[in-house]
Design a protein around this ligand. Structure first.
Ligand SMILES: [Zn+2]
Length: 64
């Protein structure tokens, strides 16, 4: 499921943010290790793939 961006609070963790709560990398984060937002982070490649691979909700669906 698409969620608001979150990332690891640890400075030693990969600087990527996740947008999907089903992301394997995102699920590896402990609840106390999650911070909302995407500052200083790159998009998580696994989340991007999950979002763009959804055929029911293509990114171009907003074209009127
Ligand atoms: Zn992710």
């Amino acid at each position: 499921m698409r969620v608001r961006p979150y990332h690891s609070a640890r400075s030693t963790a990969a600087h990527v943010y996740h947008e999907d709560d089903d992301c394997p990398a995102g699920r590896n984060l402990a609840w106390f290790d999650k911070v909302e937002g995407s500052e200083d982070c790159e998009p998580c490649p696994q989340c991007v793939r999950t979002v763009t691979s959804c055929l029911d909700h293509p990114a171009t669906a907003t074209v009127s």
